[in-house]
Every structure is written in C-alpha cells, then in structure tokens.
Design a protein around this ligand. Structure first.
Ligand SMILES: *Cc1c(COP(=O)(O)O)cnc(C)c1O
Length: 454
C-alpha cells in the first residue's frame, strides 16, 4: 500500500511476472501480447479496514441501485470505472449463506454452509461478473459484446447487454447446453449462434474473429468479470462477520471463478479486512478434469504443476455441462491462487455429482449439476482426511436448480445415463423421488396420506 492520496491507480498487468507488460485500464484487449492473461491491478490508497466495513454496512440502508447491488456495494474493492460511468446492474449478488445439516451428515462433517449464487437475477454467479464486465464495455463505448459459453455466461451476458442497451452475440456448443440457459439467451434477445463443436473448439475458432470485428469479448478471461466475481467472497466474509472459514469449495470449469476468489481473498488480506486466507478446493467432473490430472502428474513426476503445464482433455464429458471444459483458459491464474491458499483440486464421478445434487435438493436448497460437484468433492476430501470433521466449510452453489430441469427429472425417474465414449452408463437414483400416480379415488389418496408422518 502506498501514499496518502485517496485515489487508487488502476492498470492491467500480465500475470506472467517475467513478461511484466502493463496496459491502461481503457485497453480493450483481454489478453497480453505474450499470450498470458491480464489482472486488474490497484495501487490502493491508505484505507481503514474498519471504515470500509462500516461504509459497506451503511449502504444496506440505501435505495441507490449501486448500493442495492451485492457487487457494487463493495465498490472500494473494484474501483476501475471512471467516476461518471454508468453502472449496469440487475441487483446481482446479495445471495444467502444457508446451513445444510443434511448435507453435512452426507459429507461426514459437523457443518456445511452453502453460499447460493443461484439466487442471482439470471440464476448463476456469472451475474456477479457480468455487471462489472458489461459496465466496463459500456464505459469503453462498446456497442456489441460477445462470449463463447457452456450456458450460464450467455444467459447472463444476454440479460446485462439488453438491460444496458448493448447487443449480445453468443456462441454455444450445439446440443451441449441446458435448456433453461438457452431459453434465457433467446428471451433476452441475444444473437445466438450454435456451433457444431464443443466449447474448446468453438473458442479457438472465434477468438481472433471477434476481436478483429471490434466486438468486446466477455468470456471469463476478461479481467473485469473477475473483478465482479471476486466480490462473492467479500460478501461471504461479511456474512461470516469477517471470521475466516477453513475451506471455500467451488466447482471448476474454465477456472475463472477460482481465480476471482483467490484474488479477492488476497486483496482483502492486503487491505486488512481479514487476517488469514481460507483454503480453496476446486472440484472437477472426472470426465472433464484437466486441472486434477495436472496435479496428479505433478505428484507422480515430483515437479510443480506450473513447470509441467496443463494438458487439455481432448473430448471432455460430463452431464454437468457448465464445467464441461477440456482446456480451461484461466488455469494459470487458478494455479496461482491454489498455491497462495494451500488449495487442492479433486475430481468426482457422475454418480457422485448426481447423488450430491439430490441431497442438496432434499435440504430444501437445490442447485444445478455443476454446483453439486462441491458436496461430492467435500465428501471425498473428508473421507481422505484432507478436510477434517470439525473444519468450517463453505461451498459455493454456482447455479439454480431450474437451469437444467431435464437432468433432475431424469435422475428421479431413474433414466439418467452418462454418455461415455463407448457406452451409456446408467446413473442410479439413490436419492430418487418418483411421482406417484393415482386415479381420482378418495380412498386411494387417503391411504397415501396415512403413510406420511404425523
Ligand atoms: C461457469 C460455471 C461454473 C464454472 O466456473 P469457471 O469459472 O468456468 O470455473 C460452474 N458452475 C456453474 C453453474 C457455472 O455457470
């Protein structure tokens, strides 16, 4: 920290220290010329942590849109917009921290709490980052914004662009996106381009095209999206009374969100808002687990993961489509945050995800498949004694139950199957809840009711 001035200086910096390139905050590039990603870097003025906490609290009484947003309420941590800029907010954030005793029992822990990002306006954590990303696009004078998406990014981008008067162009892998997400993108008026390829291939195809066309890219490599997503952990810590938990657990796809959490945590410590860092645990689906495989190879070869480098999973498979990514773009950023927090990476099977999802549902909470990877991963890490029984664990549920109704119905009806390369592997409905059909017969219905606990 430096200087007495109240002004924060902001720049974009290459994450690769040996490169060290810097760009102005008004640069429209989302990647360094060396190929690495960029961070928003702040030289913070001297700020009193107690005063910041009180300011954030006092904004809860305000009716100003930027105070009602669970992202912009923490704007001292994301001061990258020029003061006169318009903020495009749908009152994102403000998501609850819910205790889930049933889920804790299932995982073998004393307690688990879920921070549920599915309570966001479009039903996923992508909204936390899209309010900052689209506001930056507007501040740069951009009219058209684009992304490649496994679903939630496109739903969120479409909504924020429409609300802010910008045009959204989204590229989605044909047939690999949950119906709720596609429906949202169409309803919010995005130009929706279905490409007959998976996420990774589509990204390679359009990345340069889009930049050449002067369209602003709002994939998770966009550093301003990361800034918004980082407030998820700020809000979480405020809800915990700034008492740092032992673990924060989240699913990993493109690995942007984990990088955002780590950056937010480090910056909170730098600003004196917290005095230590929790450990981060990233959970991937077994059929789509390039980061997990990297850690395995690093352990086997006794090298650091950074030295070895990520090897893409060629044909990633998982029914948790939000994390079906073989070549995660933010893997280096996430690696840095896992190192900073003594973090871990775990992988879970389709059956484990499906059952964990049903347990979260039975807790009255509910989430989409990718989010449930958290509970499945916690259970595995607890069984392996990485997470201890008495540890304080917060899992982040990334998306709403309503995003993927087809998956949920198929699970409860016992028809869910995992398409592996060679065959269909059925998923057991271990926590299934079949509907009961009856004729319009009072006696039959009475019998059913009599079986319920009184
Ligand atoms: C985007 C998304 C993820 C993965 O987040 P990354 O930042 O890509 O790792 C997980 N769950 C849901 C519901 C998502 O929408």
């Amino acid at each position: 920290m430096k200087s007495e001035t109240a002004v924060t200086t902001v720049s974009l910096r290459c994450i690769e220290e040996s490169c060290g390139a810097r760009y102005t905050v008004t640069s429209t590039t989302t990647q360094c010329t060396c190929g690495n990603l960029l961070d928003v870097h702040y030289d913070w003025p001297e700020l009193s942590p107690q005063a910041i906490k009180e300011t954030w609290q006092s904004r809860r009484m305000s009716l100003d849109p930027s105070d009602l947003s669970g992202v912009w309420r923490f704007r001292e941590m994301i001061p990258f917009l020029p003061p006169e800029s318009k903020i495009i907010t749908l009152r994102e954030g403000n998501t609850p921290l819910l205790s889930a005793p049933q889920a804790a029992v299932y995982a073998g822990l004393e307690e688990i709490r879920f921070k549920h990002q599915g309570f966001n306006p479009t039903g996923s954590f992508k909204d936390n980052g899209m309010t900052t990303g689209v506001s930056q696009a507007a501040a740069l004078g951009k009219k058209v914004v684009a992304c490649v998406s496994t679903g939630n990014t496109s739903a969120s981008l479409a909504a924020y662009a429409a609300y802010g008067g910008l045009q959204a162009v989204i590229f989605i892998p044909a047939g690999q996106i949950a119906s709720g997400k596609l429906a949202q993108a169409l309803e919010y008026g995005a130009l929706t381009i279905q490409v007959d390829a998976n996420f990774d291939a589509t990204w390679k195809l359009i990345y340069h095209l889009v930049e050449e066309a002067g369209v602003y890219l709002l994939n998770s490599i966009n550093p301003f999206r990361v800034e918004g997503q980082k407030t998820i952990v700020v809000e979480m810590l405020e809800q915990l009374g700034w008492d740092v938990p032992d673990w924060i657990v989240l699913p990993g796809g493109n690995l942007g969100n984990c990088s955002a959490f780590g950056k937010g945590l480090r910056e909170m410590r730098q600003l004196g808002l917290i005095d230590r860092l929790p450990r981060l645990a990233v959970i991937q689906a077994e059929g789509s687990a390039p980061l997990y495989r990297l850690f395995q190879r690093a352990a086997a070869e006794r090298k650091s993961p950074g030295e070895i480098g990520l090897r893409a999973v060629e044909n990633p498979q998982t029914l948790a489509t939000a994390i079906r990514i073989g070549a995660p773009l933010s893997w280096r950023k996430t690696l840095r945050e896992l190192e900073a927090t003594q973090g871990v990476c775990e992988a879970v099977s389709e059956q484990e995800i499906a059952d964990a999802k049903a347990v979260i549902g039975q807790s009255g909470i509910g989430c989409e498949p990718a989010s449930a990877a958290t509970l499945a991963g916690i259970r595995k890490l607890a069984a392996n004694n990485v997470i201890r029984k008495s540890d304080r664990v917060i899992a982040v549920l990334t998306g709403s139950l309503l995003k993927d109704p087809a998956y949920t119905l198929a699970y409860h009806q016992g028809t869910l199957a995992y398409p592996s390369a060679s065959q269909q592997i059925p998923i057991q409905a271990n926590f299934g809840n079949q509907p009961v059909s009856v004729p319009p017969d009072v006696e039959r219905i009475k019998k059913l009711l009599a079986r319920q606990p009184h």
